[in-house]
Design a protein around this ligand. Structure first.
Ligand code: AMP
Length: 496
């Protein structure tokens, strides 16, 4: 039956080929074999169907990371459902919006949140705790065995709500073919095999931890060291027997602060991958110095899965996100035309990785996903003569001051190179004369005067920050992205 469901056949492949191979090593908990993982996934699929799940129904899930949560993902897909993971940080009122919008048949939440979440929708509400207990687990039949529901390439496998930096959160609809094709490309591009042991410390409510890390491991039959969250101690302990890690830049900057990070500790590793937010060149350099490994940086987003990657064998160029992945078309556009090499434009992407549109938002979909298949990412980038793509920011972070375009990344790079500076964020806030005024928020052992002096020597007047703040840290979300929206809000009244 697996041949009628391509994604499920890829997910299940190694449970059939090497059932006794370990899928997850869990510090302090029993190992989980591929067979055990799939037995649980099949039992979960049976339980979901017994609870009334029909093909195409949504299963909304806000739970802590666990093997059972992975089984809930796989079980939902086996049962023909649409998996809808939600950030564990969302409050009940935020969850209320998602449940109203997505109208799931089943909601699974942490036991201690059931009283709040169950009344928010007419869905059947089950519970699952981080230790695997809960009413979902109680409802599993004793016997595994489940024939995957046949599904076509374009049928949906998941809806992931984007963090929505402006306006309402949008549900990105991802089909079976979107997920299957992208994870399969990444598996071969990054050379994942059954011999790999992947440090899996990312959350599984986001595309990075769920589709990049989990699917690539499953598709290649690799083992994971499955950690409930980012924990430097656990990662450093795992590293000597691991071969690969996927992380957000914050993983790398935090690990660099630990003296136990040495070339010896990283000797068994073959690949460190970073993405979801830009990694500073400085971090790349320090990582190389400390471990002897060049981080491989890639770029993607919820709507497109992964679009570009630095090469496995060729030169991994720091500060760039590499080349379009095999099968992915990428162009950099301004005013309806491709820009010449070296100039800034908006990235558009087309290919089997690109999502099916936003759930119940046909107008939003039409604005961003064109009929000919090109998706407008909103990311600003340049491409150099060798084809390497460099992200320079989000189109909506572009500052227009006195009619001039100011690209925050250009200023941030100069500030980051100054003595004592750790990192910086440059934003535009309303200004009575200029429309927007440039503001720099800087972390490091420095002063506003020192930065202002240095910038006055290198930057045109209109690009120079009108105000510079020195702070202890920049606001970041769980995926390590600097929250420029929060900074803009905090300083909105700066110029009156
Ligand atoms: P998300 O949908 O949460 O995965 O966020 C996707 C966004 O993260 C992209 O549109 C980019 O703005 C940003 N992003 C992802 N990877 C990178 C990267 N390697 N460098 C710079 N920005 C990135």
């Amino acid at each position: 039956m697996y041949q009628d469901n391509h994604l499920c056949s890829l997910l299940a492949r190694h449970a059939v080929l090497t059932p006794d191979h370990i899928f997850a090593y869990r510090p302090g908990l029993p190992d989980v074999t591929y067979r055990a993982l799939f037995d649980g996934a099949e039992r979960t699929a049976s339980a979901l169907v017994a609870q009334g799940l029909q093909p195409g129904d949504r299963v909304a899930v806000q739970v802590d990371k666990s093997i059972e949560a992975i089984q809930l993902y796989i079980g939902t897909v086996l049962a023909g459902g649409i998996f809808l993971p939600l950030n564990t940080a969302y409050t009940a009122s935020e969850i209320g919006y998602f449940l109203g919008d997505a109208t799931p048949r089943i909601v699974v939440c942490a036991p201690d949140r059931q009283a709040e979440i169950a009344p928010l929708s007419p869905a059947t509400c089950l519970t699952l705790a981080g230790d695997g207990s809960g009413t979902l687990t109680d409802a599993l039949p004793a016997e595994p065995g489940f024939d995957p529901v046949p599904r076509g390439e374009d049928d949906l496998a998941a809806i992931l709500y984007t963090s929505g930096t402006t306006g309402r959160s949008k549900g990105a609809m991802l089909s079976h073919a979107n997920l299957a094709s992208n994870s399969d490309v990444l598996r071969s591009y990054w050379r994942f095999t059954r011999e790999d042991v992947l440090i899996h410390a990312l959350p599984i409510f986001h595309t990075h931890g769920l589709f990049v890390a989990t699917n690539v491991a499953l598709f290649s039959g690799a083992s994971t060291i499955f950690l409930p969250r980012f924990d430097p101690d656990a990662i450093l302990e795992a590293m000597p027997r691991a071969t690969a890690m996927m992380g957000v830049p914050t993983f790398y900057t935090r690990l660099l602060q630990d003296a136990r990070l040495t070339p010896e500790r990283a000797a068994n590793m073959r690949l460190f991958i970073s993405g979801s937010a830009p990694m500073l060149v400085d971090t790349h350099e320090k990582w190389l110095e400390r471990t002897g490994h060049r981080v491989l940086e890639r770029y993607g987003m919820t709507e497109t899965n992964m679009s570009t990657s630095n090469p496995y064998d060729g030169e991994r160029r720091m500060g760039t996100v590499g080349f379009p992945l095999p099968g992915v078309e990428l162009r950099i556009m301004e005013n309806g035309e491709e820009v010449p090499d070296g100039e800034i434009g908006v990235i558009e992407v087309r290919g089997p990785n690109v999502f099916q549109g936003y759930w119940q938002m046909p107008e939003k979909t039409a604005e961003e996903l064109k009929e000919d298949g090109w998706f407008i990412t909103g990311d600003l980038a340049t491409r150099d003569a060798d084809g390497y793509v460099t992200i320079v920011g989000r189109a909506k972070d572009l500052i227009i001051s006195g009619g001039f375009n100011v690209y925050p990344k250009e200023i941030e790079e100069i500030i980051d190179d100054l003595p004592g500076v750790v990192e910086s964020a440059v934003i535009g806030v309303p200004h009575p004369d200029f429309g927007e005024g440039v503001v720099a928020v800087v972390v490091g052992d420095t002063t506003a005067e020192a930065i202002a002096t240095a910038l006055s020597e290198t930057l045109a007047k209109f690009k120079q920050p009108k105000t510079i703040f020195i702070v202890d840290e920049l606001p970041r979300n769980t995926m390590g992205k600097v929250q420029k929206k929060a900074l803009r809000e905090a300083h909105a009244k700066l110029f009156g």
